[in-house]
Design a protein around this ligand. Structure first.
Ligand code: VTB
Length: 328
């Protein structure tokens, strides 16, 4: 990989820190509604907050993965222009509240997430499902594949890690569509962490198995979340594949308008996020890698991970916000 010089793609080092404010602000807004059972409201406040902060950034940005199509999402819809309009032209993938249900139930691992990428470098994924598989850094290329069986993938991870299969843990969304996969993975002797929602976090967790206990992510989740996760892995390292689930003529036609010709294509991580990218995620609820927002008497404390692909720097930023007025 040839690292570009700072500024060459517009994704300079300053922007890397600027985007932290964007996810911090969305996370704080959503955190006010943790455990209130109202996922729509939690999402709405996160969207509002993220949009406000995003529109202060010195970028000429365009949302490519957002809250939905223009006619169904009034804010942060696909195609919306964001930023002050001056500055580098960038594509933005975002999810102001990844895991709305998790937040509403106050369960672990809901996040506010954004990826800012060089123009035209993210896969413009329609809002369909995507079959995904991901592992963290340090494995030989091709260790896992969507074309291999779950058994083969689990066995390959155990072998490459040098541990018995029984010491491997797979993260899978708890959905009826995964019943067979779950059964097969369990039959190998591997453990499964079943998650209710939040597969962006699930994928990112594979990058630090010692901390998170997760070695491999597999299964079908949202395609937009797949592109966000691929952008994150591009920065930290790891391997990921994604295959859109284009199972109706309507979905195939829609994908074609977005430039996707082969409905069965397996996308590599680099094809889902090909250029320079910066990625940030702030914890909303407590999680395996990130703490959730804390409301202290005199400050709001946020925990963010921010990284960029060109340098592979991964920063964790714990911020104490004492000017509470700015979150009103
Ligand atoms: C996942 C997960 C999201 O959607 O992508 C999932 O990361 C997949 O869709 O947090 P279904 O819920 O329809 O199975 C979410 O759960 C968001 O809804």
């Amino acid at each position: 990989m040839t690292a570009k010089k700072d500024g060459e793609s517009g994704l300079d080092r300053i922007l890397t820190l600027e985007i932290v404010r964007v996810t911090e602000r969305a996370a704080v807004a959503a955190a006010h509604l943790r455990g209130r059972g109202d996922e729509k409201e939690a999402d709405q406040v996160a969207v509002d907050a993220m949009r406000q902060e995003l529109n202060k950034l010195p970028i000429d940005g365009r949302v490519v993965i957002g809250e939905g199509e223009r006619d169904e999402a009034p804010m942060l819809y696909i195609g919306e222009e964001v930023g002050i309009g001056k500055g580098p032209e960038v594509d933005i993938a975002l999810d102001p509240l990844e895991g709305t249900t998790i937040c509403a139930k106050n369960l672990p691992n809901s996040l506010a997430v954004i990826a800012v990428a060089e123009k035209d470098s993210l896969l413009y994924a329609p809002d369909v499902y995507m079959e995904k598989i991901a592992i963290g850094p340090g494995f030989p290329a091709g260790t896992v594949s969507l074309d291999a069986t779950p058994t083969d993938n689990i066995t390959a991870v155990a072998k490459a890690k040098g541990v018995p299969v029984g010491e491997v843990t797979a993260c899978i969304l708890d959905r009826p569509r995964h019943a067979r996969m779950i059964e097969e993975v369990r039959a190998t002797g591997a453990a499964i962490r079943l998650i209710g929602d939040g597969d962006v976090a699930g994928v990112i967790h594979t990058t630090d198995p010692d901390e998170t206990g997760i070695d491999i992510y597999m299964g079908i989740g949202g395609a937009p979340e797949g592109v966000l996760a691929a952008a994150a892995l591009r920065c930290i390292g790891g391997q990921m594949e994604g295959r859109l689930q284009l199972n109706t003529e309507e979905k195939i036609a829609r994908a074609r308008t977005m430039g996707i010709e082969d409905p069965n294509k397996v996308y590599s991580m680099d094809e889902m996020a090909s250029g320079d990218v910066v990625f940030a995620a702030t914890g909303v609820t407590d999680g395996n890698m990130l703490s959730g927002v804390k409301f202290a008497r005199d400050a709001i404390v946020t925990h963010t991970i921010v990284m960029r692909s060109s340098s592979r720097t991964v920063r964790e930023i714990k911020a104490r916000h004492q000017d509470l007025g700015k979150f009103d």
